[in-house]
Design a protein around this ligand. Structure first.
Ligand SMILES: [Zn+2]
Length: 581
């Protein structure tokens, strides 16, 4: 919560200081159209490549990629930390920094008010599930999926009636300010008219609780097949929330490991089947905050993935988040087409337990994967080794690290000292110019559109959509926006005071053409997402083709048949995506 008050200080400083005058104190700027340009101080610049926009409050260099807001400029130019830059600029803007100490008390009472509202709404939804006619159908739906009445009661599951104003009227009758309910994403203001309407309609409601069991938000799953399948309200402290942790933390301590699954249904099915040391991420990627929370209870975390390519990619992302926090991530990949809920539903809990017992370190999986991709000549030895070295350098446990350095060296026939020289410790100091990677235009456009029309974020909240984006800074920002929403550029930059992400943001804001209105933006967004989806299918097709060749060479008919089916499915998926508009 300290961040919020910090954020308001930052906004005030930005409001008072002009980025053009600030940068002009260090180098000369010339007007060029709407912007200003100057010789970039961050690389050996011959022609003015540094662009500064007063309107956007950003600078960006189109040669070396340096970019950000006034704080970013100060940090870079004077080689100081983010708090130092704030202190310095607060002085110049005459903004008292003490203000941050007054905010927490206010914040606290506001948080308490939100919890009270949430708990009231939670009771309302729960009652609607148990007692209304519509609720009965939802209960049937749940029980058909193996969620018993007992579990419904234990986890306070609820139902949001399908009418437009049931919740709105209840809140109104209880004198709860609807503006507050709007803030937490449960009602929506009517356009061009007074009043509000319910955001969740005709959905099964999963109250999301923090580790102390306080309701911090809600997830809603459609019963009628309406899109999106899942949606969430605003969630308090969302980056650190793991569904079910309030119930499972003691089991995690006792079992000395945690099982991480994706959805509410996965969690509830496992819980019912007696696997109680689980938590769910609710369709979002694991964050550093999740890692920090889990570490309080155990250092061994088994992440359960679906057996598709996206799941495997997500596995690698877990490494990057967990290793620096000293956690040992292991993984289980379920058979194709399964998730934990469907597995348990088929009565295969013993098999599931066996899979958990045989979970392998994600790092081993990565080494094996890179080994394969090197053997199949899809990647060079040095690229394959470099990717592993990057992950190893994030590893906190030095003994484990030595073990993996040895293992990687042996697998790839690389000397240990060569490997050691590849490990870059203190990741922050990455070379600016060499680190710049060209970024695909579609992702950029998606980000640009969402920054301009934050409301559209809701439309792309499909659960696994984030997986179609390649791993880079743009994805980091998108993930953040999808998870937390977006209110303004300055708080977004504040969240990422790491230079490479700031660069990506400033580049996107500067580069892309302006999107005139929401309708155009929506069309553009759909188009970009379609292209990205196609690209992913094409990638998958390539991989399957290679696998088929291998199966043929190995005369493995069964596998070949299975892969050909997979190939056909992908072709069908490709057709579906192509034919969608
Ligand atoms: Zn530059």
């Amino acid at each position: 919560m300290k961040n919020l008050s910090y954020e308001s200080v930052i906004k005030e400083i930005k409001r008072r200081l002009s980025i053009v005058s600030l940068i002009e104190a260090y180098l000369s700027l010339k007007r060029s159209g709407k912007n200003f340009v100057g010789i970039c101080p961050f690389h050996d610049d011959k022609n003015p490549s540094l662009h500064v926009s007063e309107e956007k409050g950003l600078f960006h260099c189109f040669s070396c990629g340096a970019g950000g807001d006034i704080f970013g400029f100060m940090m870079r130019y004077n080689n100081i930390s983010f708090p130092e830059a704030i202190a310095e600029l607060a002085k110049r803007a005459d903004v008292p920094l003490e203000r941050q100490y007054r905010a927490p008390a206010r914040e606290k009472s506001r948080a308490n008010a939100l919890f009270r509202i949430n708990s009231l709404i939670c009771k309302f939804y729960h009652k609607a599930l148990l007692e209304s006619q519509e609720g009965k159908e939802a209960l049937n739906y749940l029980s058909a999926r193996g969620i018993s009445l007992e579990t419904v009661k234990e986890f306070n599951l609820g139902y949001a009636p399908s009418s437009w104003d049931t919740l709105t009227r209840i809140l109104d009758a209880k004198n709860i300010p609807l503006s507050m309910a709007e803030e937490i994403g449960l009602v929506i203001k009517r356009q061009n008219k007074d009043g509000y309407y319910d955001r969740f309609r005709g959905r099964i409601i999963f109250p999301i609780k923090d580790v102390d069991g306080k309701v911090v938000g809600f997830g809603g799953r459609t019963v009628s097949g309406e899109e999106p399948k899942y949606m969430k309200s605003e969630i308090y402290h969302k980056k650190s929330i793991l569904y079910g942790l309030d119930r499972s933390r003691d089991y995690i301590r006792r079992e000395k490991h945690a099982v991480v699954v994706e959805g509410y249904m996965d969690f509830l099915s496992l819980f019912r089947a007696g696997i109680r040391n689980a938590v769910a991420t609710l369709g979002t990627s694991l964050t550093r905050e999740h890692a920090i929370i889990l570490r309080r209870y155990t250092d061994k975390v088994i992440v359960v993935f679906d057996g598709d390519e996206a799941g495997k990619k997500a596995a690698l992302r877990v490494l990057v988040v967990f290793l620096p926090e000293g956690l040992k991530p292991l993984m289980v990949i379920l058979p194709e087409g399964h998730d934990p809920a469907s597995f348990i539903f088929e009565g295969r809990q013993d098999e599931f337990q066996k899979l958990l017992h045989s979970a392998a370190p994600i790092l081993d999986f990565m080494i094996e994967r890179n080994m394969r991709s090197f053997e199949e000549q899809k990647t060079s030895r040095s690229a394959a080794v470099k990717e592993i070295a990057d992950v190893l350098s994030k590893m906190k446990d030095t003994i484990e690290r030595s073990y993996y350095i040895k293992k990687t060296g042996e697998s790839f026939g690389v000397r240990e000292d060569e490997l050691l020289s590849l490990l870059k410790f203190g990741d922050k100091l990455e070379g600016r110019i060499s680190a710049k990677k060209p970024v695909n235009n579609d992702e950029r456009l998606v980000l640009k559109t969402l920054l301009k029309f934050p409301k559209l974020v809701d439309y792309i909240c499909e659960d696994d959509l984030i997986d179609i984006f390649p791993e880079n800074e743009i994805k980091t920002v998108l993930e953040h926006i999808i998870l937390n929403g977006f209110d303004d550029l300055s708080s977004l930059l504040f969240k990422f005071n790491d230079s490479s992400v700031q660069e990506a943001i400033s580049e996107v804001v500067f580069l892309s053409d302006d999107v005139p209105d929401e309708a155009t933006a929506w069309k553009l967004l759909k188009d970009c997402i379609r292209k990205l989806k196609l690209k992913r299918v094409e990638e998958n097709l390539r991989v399957v083709r290679i696998k088929i060749d291998r199966a043929i060479a190995e005369k493995n008919n069964l596998l070949e048949e299975k892969l050909i089916k997979e190939y056909r499915d992908l072709i069908q998926e490709q057709k579906n995506i192509r034919g969608r508009d």
